[in-house]
Design a protein around this ligand. Structure first.
Ligand code: HC1
Ligand code: SF4
Length: 570
């Protein structure tokens, strides 16, 4: 421990803290742009967090300066404020003045500081000229809005292990470029959108479809159907000021009805169905002895599927052929449900609300079209839904709790788990065990696959056979594990992969958060949803049983293959 004095207040702090961390503990806010509590070491690039340290000639960046015993720190002296304002003014002089129409308007960290410190640009505003990259269905890059904080570079390299961006050029021209300035979609980018969640401005944002949906809601020409992913309900509240980890399922459904959707369905129904198909596929492969050499991998995460297609094509045949829950539910919406209503698939406008930017990409896959039309017309991220609800002035906090529509809105605790790393595996094991052994599971919860550790392993006995499974999340961890599997250094039968840290709760379309505990809190919320459900195994979902009786016959049937399975390309 060391003793420091912050703005006249003496306190003891651990000696490994930075000045910025010490100030946070003391409840003293220090503005910072390049520093982010969910990224590794700070880099001291933006110079906005500078503070005065007694005895030091120059102001010091708080994010990279370690505390020392006896340090006397001033965080808002006139000298500090003037310098901070000057540094912000320099950044503003390179920044276009088009906040009104910017996707980041109202939530931009840079805009907030400009307002707070009353900053005017020194040499006029920057121009809008420069790279605009709309090549990706997942994200849009507008480099003129970049403030060079490098958060995108760091999350893409350190957390995701993709290394798509690096800082190129020099001085004020520096920007995060792709290799050879290729459009990002042509690089190995998997569309996970982590760069967009960490960008403080509008330089990298989701490829927004808010306006498309607004128009369709106002036209009201089609039957409006919506589905919501498992992890949206534990995060959407954050868009309206609730603490991370608040479960707002009922209000989410109510808000979608107020927006004008005719049917509110649940991706979780699709998740239960995925378990039926993928679980059966697993057991089939196991019986055939197909899993002795290489495992079967889950296929619901489109970031991961993109990684396989772009970087590990030799693993294509190891991906489960089951469509993702979004893919399955939407195929049913445009066939089974359309038939029930007696309408053509093109009479339905189907929106899915996802925590994910890569789902926008998935929805455009040609192999996911049904009867010649896209199964999902538009994907909105959790953040975009937040924006839509605000634009339509729907009082989210005051809405009554409402229920999903039947039958495609009925789901189990197992399905809820999909939103968190380990959840698909746990749901699959609950079902595969009972289908294979015909016995009831002695213990429902698989602790070994829970938690935020990068790689988790478990062993399960299925009818006398030992099954080894692994769960991995965060693409840097994924690549590490996949390479070990390819080198035959580790052996598993079944591996769950989620591209984003924490799984979908940490998806590229989730609300922005600087809370270092945000993933843990959202994960807890998911487990609570599962605990509170009376039915917690996919194969016990009555609506799923009825769907098989009425329409699909049995898992892996001819019709199930046609509607619920897919293929992958190089
Ligand atoms: Fe996910 Fe999934 S869990 S992929 O993370 O399998 O996006 O939430 O909807 O499809 O169910 C995302 C989440 C989601 C699918 C499901
Ligand atoms: Fe999308 Fe979830 Fe995969 Fe992230 S982990 S890319 S949010 S599906």
């Amino acid at each position: 421990e060391v003793t420091v004095v912050i703005n006249g207040r003496t306190l003891n702090v651990p000696d490994n803290l930075t000045v910025l961390e010490a100030c946070e503990r003391a409840g003293v806010e220090i503005p910072a742009l390049c520093h982010h509590p969910r990224l590794g070491e700070s880099i001291g690039a933006c110079r906005v967090c500078i503070v005065e340290v007694e005895g030091a000639r120059n102001l010091q960046p708080a994010c990279v300066t370690k505390v020392r015993d006896g340090m006397v720190i001033k965080t808002s002296s006139d000298r500090v404020k003037t310098a901070r304002k000057f540094n912000l003014a320099l950044l503003l002089s390179e920044h276009p003045n088009d906040c009104m129409s910017c996707e980041a308007n109202g939530r931009c960290e840079f805009q907030d500081l400009i307002y707070k410190y009353d900053v005017e640009p020194i040499f006029g505003y920057g121009t809008k000229e420069g790279l605009i990259d709309k090549s990706s269905p997942a994200i849009v890059r507008e480099i003129s809005k970049c403030i060079k904080c490098q958060r995108c570079v760091r999350v893409c390299s350190e957390v995701q292990g993709m290394h798509i961006y690096s800082m190129v050029e020099r001085g004020y021209r520096t920007y995060p470029g792709t290799p050879f300035d290729m459009p990002v979609y042509e690089t190995d980018c998997i569309g996970c959108g982590q760069c967009a969640v960490f960008c403080p401005t509008g330089a990298i944002v989701e490829n927004s479809a808010v306006k498309v949906v607004l128009e369709e809601l106002e036209k009201k020409e089609k039957i409006l159907v919506v589905q919501t992913a498992p992890s949206v309900r534990v995060a959407i509240g954050e868009e309206f000021g609730y603490a991370p980890g608040t479960v707002s399922t009922g209000q989410l459904v109510a808000a979608l009805r107020r927006l004008g959707f005719d049917y509110v369905f649940d991706t979780n129904f699709g998740a239960d169905l995925t378990i039926m198909e993928e679980g059966s596929e697993f057991l089939e492969r196991l019986e055939k002895g197909d899993l002795e050499d290489l495992p079967m991998f889950t296929s619901c995460c489109p970031g991961w599927v993109n990684l396989v297609e772009k970087v590990y094509p030799e693993l294509r045949t190891r991906l489960s052929s089951a469509k993702s829950p979004q893919g399955m539910l939407s195929a049913l919406v445009k066939t089974y449900f359309a038939e029930k209503l007696g309408v053509k698939p093109e009479d339905i406008f189907h929106v899915s609300i996802m925590p994910c930017t890569a789902k926008k990409d998935e929805a455009m896959r040609k192999q996911l079209m049904v009867n010649g039309v896209p199964a999902v017309d538009v994907v909105l991220t959790t953040r975009e839904l937040g924006k839509l609800i605000r634009i339509k002035k729907i009082p989210f906090a005051n809405l009554p709790e409402e229920e999903y529509d039947a039958p495609l809105g009925i789901s189990t605790g197992a399905a809820a788990l999909f939103g968190v790393t380990g959840g698909v595996m746990e749901a699959a094991l609950r079902t595969a065990y009972e289908l294979k052994t015909g016995k009831t599971l002695p213990k429902l919860v698989f602790e070994d696959v829970r938690g935020l550790k990068g790689v988790k392993e478990a062993e399960v006995e299925l009818d006398g056979q030992k099954i080894r499974v692994a769960v991995v999340h965060g693409t840097a961890n994924v690549r590490n594990l996949v390479e070990k599997i390819l080198r035959r250094e580790v052996k598993y039968h079944f591996v769950e992969v989620m591209a984003c840290p924490g799984g979908c709760i940490g998806g590229g379309g989730q609300p922005y958060s600087r809370d270092p505990e945000v993933l843990r809190k959202r994960a807890e919320a998911i487990y609570t949803i599962d605990e509170r459900m009376t039915i917690r195994k996919s194969h016990e979902n009555p609506a799923i049983k009825k769907l098989y009786e009425e329409y699909l016959e049995h898992p892996l049937s001819h019709r199930a293959h046609e509607l619920l399975h897919t293929y992958y390309e190089d």
